[in-house]
Ligand binder design. Structure first.
Ligand code: NAP
Length: 324
């Protein structure tokens, strides 16, 4: 798989990244079982064999068990740590933590960031994260406080680079203003079934559209050399498997993806991901399947180039309307 450099870093990353939210078993405190470990090992090995070198985590995935199982598998693979890139996230806290009546919330406090990084490193069994993202914007964010935490973990060699997730441009600017080093990633939801960040751009100043929602986040990221990553790039498989009560455009979209996959002798996953890869902002899809066959199929996207006509055909079907 082809690789490229994330701007303002020395990280050479695969075009497709592997999202580790699916590994680690269930979302509870039950211990890892052999079955869970074997399934995770299969997924990680398949990703590596198909050219993926980038692994996305979060402190909360499977209540820490995604990082834990990844750490166990990493330990078995000798001399691999410096050949892969590990990204994790912090800033979301579940309901009931630390007290039974604590609400689900975001937490960008100095203490939470420091503790979260230390715990992620322990679970992953590594000395450093390549990238740390703030998971979702915290309305109580104090940029100076985040800067202090980032500074500390960077100086101690625990985190090399920083980024954000689900942020808009203003929120990135606000935080960046207090940081010494550039934010290098913004991870947001993008797929053919969740294409608002692309659609917004063509609705700017259109009375017929929701022009007020135009965030320009993709343009912002390109202008500021921030790598865009797409989470849920195949909308949990819904892109390929419309259910009987899915709307007409979802059925048509699935059908058109199948037609292109057949014409190009490739997989449906490759077509859905190639649609993201064609965007000039340079989107890195973060795939979440744990199924080895689907991981392989996703990596075929690297070789697929959609024409402008094919890209717009999929886009207009997904929009449910021609472009204005
Ligand atoms: N920053 C954030 O806020 C945020 C939010 C969500 C996720 N993420 C990251 O993004 C990664 C990917 O997200 P995601 O898991 O939602 O992405 P996804 O790749 O769109 O969906 C993966 C899920 O869809 C199923 N699936 C995939 N292809 C399928 C198909 N052809 N048919 C049926 N089911 C299919 C998978 O099941 P199988 O495993 O059985 O294939 C898996 O449960 C996560 O692992 C995580 O790292 C980030």
């Amino acid at each position: 798989m082809k690789k490229y450099k994330i701007a303002n870093t020395d990280l050479e990353v695969s075009k497709v990244a592997y999202g580790c939210m699916g590994i680690g078993g269930s979302w509870d405190d039950s211990p890892l079982t052999d079955k869970v470990i074997t399934k995770a090992a299969e997924a990680i090995t398949t990703a590596l064999e198909n050219g993926i070198n980038f692994f996305d985590h979060a402190d909360i995935y499977k209540k820490g068990k995604s990082e834990l199982v990844f750490g166990k598998i990493l330990k078995e693979m000798k001399n691999i740590r410096d050949k892969i890139i590990i990204q994790s996230k912090c800033g979301i806290r579940f309901k009931g933590n630390p007290n039974p009546n604590s609400p689900g919330r975001y937490d960008f406090s100095y203490e939470h960031i420091i503790n979260s990084v230390d715990n992620s490193l322990k679970r992953l069994g590594t000395e450093y994260l390549d990238i740390l993202l703030l998971h979702r914007p915290d309305p109580l964010m104090e940029p100076e406080e985040v800067a202090k935490a980032f500074d500390e973990v960077r100086k101690k060699g625990k985190v090399r680079y920083f980024g954000v997730s689900n942020f808009n441009g203003n929120q990135i600017s606000l935080l960046q203003n207090s940081l010494d080093n550039p934010l290098v990633v913004n991870q947001i939801e993008i797929s053919l079934l969740h294409h608002h960040v692309i659609n917004d751009g063509i609705l700017a100043n259109q009375l017929s559209g929701n022009y007020a929602a135009a965030t320009g986040i993709l343009d912002y990221c390109k202008l500021n050399k921030i790598q865009v990553q797409a989470w849920s790039p195949v909308a949990l498989g819904k892109i390929f498997n419309p259910v009987p009560d899915s709307d007409e455009k979802e059925k048509q979209l699935a059908n058109q993806i199948s037609i292109y996959a057949e014409e190009k002798r490739t997989s449906k996953e490759a077509i859905a991901l190639a649609w993201l890869l064609k965007h000039p902002v340079g989107i890195q899809p973060v795939i979440g399947t744990t199924n080895p066959e689907r991981i392989k199929n996703s990596c075929l996207a690297d070789d697929i180039e959609l024409s402008r006509e094919e890209w717009y055909t999929l886009f207009t079907i997904a929009r449910g309307a021609p472009v204005p």
